[in-house]
Design a protein around this ligand. Structure first.
Ligand code: CO
Length: 249
């Protein structure tokens, strides 16, 4: 089965999920500060998503026990919220999935807390730029490899490495759909993109060797060498014109 092309009705629902998601991310950005626990941010997201008539898409997904993923410093993705306290100098990646009436959106941002090191600031800039440049490639007639290459090449231009064990993906009718969108690849290869496809593009970058391991909680993915990492993700609709970033905020 190839990538699902969404109907206008599908798109309307997915857009709504994405709009709520962007609003939640904005509120998280306002609340993230030294002293707050990751499980407090998680329950804020849970309450806000439910109050908007949506459901947190990650809760229960493959047994995931929390609402959102919060990954601090060397934690790359899937950080399980708990009693860790966010501190000045941290970079904090918050990854949120929203289900509205069975339709899904998925997005993440890495936020800086107080004064962060130049190394961490560079990672945030690099991850944002990888996402921005790869979205420009998300147009009909291009291929998945064009997106992947844009991510890889932009990371290189910042002198950082992509994390290659995890990928972006189609999204909308399910949380994860075809195609896989690796954070590395070759231009002109892979599935051809079409109008109506919706993709979750999610570059992760690190200043270290790019290798990752799963922590003892069974979820949190950390860099093997302890280097910090940043993660940006948006849900993007392919149109005949410019791609539309449904989770923009
Ligand atoms: Co995703």
């Amino acid at each position: 089965m190839s990538t699902i092309v969404k109907t206008p009705s599908d798109i309307a629902y997915i857009r709504h999920a994405a709009r709520i998601l962007a609003d939640v991310l904005k509120e998280v950005e306002n609340r993230i500060q030294p002293g707050i626990k990751t499980n407090e941010l998680d329950s804020f997201c849970n309450d806000m998503i439910l109050s908007k008539g949506c459901v947190p898409a990650f809760k229960g997904y493959r047994g995931y026990p929390a609402c959102v993923c919060i990954s601090i410093n060397d934690q790359v993705i899937h950080g399980l919220p708990g009693t860790s306290i966010i501190q000045d100098g941290d970079i904090v990646s918050v990854d949120i999935g929203v289900n509205y009436s069975g339709y899904y959106a998925d997005a993440a941002r890495t936020f800086s807390v107080g004064n962060i090191s130049r190394e961490k600031a560079r990672l945030i800039t690099a991850a944002r730029k990888c996402l921005e440049l790869s979205i420009k490639k998300t147009v009909p007639g291009n291929r998945v490899g064009d997106i992947s290459w844009a991510i890889q090449d932009s990371a290189r231009s910042f002198g950082v490495l992509t994390v290659n064990e995890y990928s972006g993906h189609g999204v909308g009718i399910n949380l994860h759909e075809k195609p896989h969108i690796p954070n590395f690849g070759k231009p002109g290869t892979g599935e051809v993109l079409k109008k109506g496809m919706i993709l979750a593009i999610e570059p992760m970058v690190t200043s270290g060797n790019g290798k990752v391991v799963t922590a003892e909680d069974g979820w949190t993915v950390v860099t093997q060498d302890g280097s910090p990492s940043a993660h940006f993700e948006d849900t993007v609709l392919i149109t005949d014109d410019e791609p539309i970033v449904l989770t923009e905020f």
